[in-house]
Design a protein around this ligand. Structure first.
Ligand code: IPE
Ligand code: IPE
Ligand code: MG
Length: 248
């Protein structure tokens, strides 16, 4: 049986989040510069998006650029921004063809104007697509996202729109960038690193984590299927005992 056939499509995670890591090390392994790694990571984005949409996954979030990534050499940051711009332009047709809606989480306003404009346009053009949401985390930081939500809620309290006692987990969720998007059930990180690097700190509270040594540019649909199969073989207990789950 192929890996794809081993995926139980009746028990798919509805939201998968991926920390796409290892572009630089993959490039070095091939004797090339880091930018070459980023460029080659684009095909993995395409593979993974199509693979998810084909299976019936409803939300795919990709960590593409963290707020911390601004600290990289300026040449690498510029190359990443140029690549982003080129990729959005080039992939818009595919998004439309595949009925995929593009969303962004993170502080778009601080991206180069050209990039922000292209993103806003692609989001508007795909806004009515229904098959899957492709969520790009760009200039994203989980801590900043929570701070931003706290500020928004504080303003509402100050205006008397909400009482402090009425602040629930749902209220916090609704003030995050991901408002309206269910929390990811599965987080994948490539390249062998085992950390969350400030990614979706609130939303990953009960996700299953899958780590693979594969570098992002070499990540294929088969690797995606492996992660989903692994996820489907886990027992998600949410604090209960194993016995309780069986009798449920
Ligand atoms: C992930 O690959 C891409 C971004 C963070 C933009 P890296 O560029 O982090 O690659 P490594 O971790 O240095 O190998
Ligand atoms: C995390 O990767 C951010 C993205 C994948 C965009 P990094 O390579 O920046 O993470 P650290 O610095 O190794 O934790
Ligand atoms: Mg890295």
């Amino acid at each position: 049986m192929s890996l794809k056939e081993q995926v139980d499509i009746t028990r798919l995670p509805q939201h998968i989040a991926i920390i796409m890591d290892g572009n630089g090390r993959w490039a070095r392994k091939h004797g090339k510069n880091r930018i070459f790694g980023h460029t080659n990571g684009v095909s993995s984005v395409r593979e993974t998006s199509e693979g998810c949409a084909e299976l019936g996954v409803k939300y795919l979030t990709l960590y593409a650029f963290s707020t911390e990534n601004w600290n990289r050499p300026i040449t690498e940051v510029s190359a990443l921004m140029t690549l982003l711009l080129k990729t959005i332009k080039a992939e818009l047709k595919t998004l439309l063809k595949n009925d995929i809606r593009l969303k962004v989480i993170g502080d778009i306003a601080r991206l180069p104007v050209g990039v922000a404009k292209e993103l806003n346009e692609a989001m508007a053009r795909t806004a009515n697509n229904k098959r899957m949401d492709l969520v790009l985390a760009l200039n994203y930081s989980g801590k900043s996202e929570i701070v931003r939500a706290v500020k928004e809620i504080a303003v509402k309290v100050q205006k008397g729109e909400i009482a402090p006692d009425a602040i629930t987990e749902e209220v916090v969720s609704n003030n995050l960038y991901t408002a309206g998007i269910p929390d990811p059930e599965l987080l994948i990180r490539t390249s062998g690193e085992k950390r969350v690097s400030n990614f979706m700190l609130w939303q990953l509270a009960y996700a299953e984590y899958f780590f693979t040594d594969v570098f992002w540019p070499e990540f294929t649909r088969e690797d995606l299927y492996k992660a989903i199969i692994d996820f489907q073989n886990r027992e998600r207990r949410f604090g209960k005992t194993s016995e309780q789950l069986v009798t449920k």
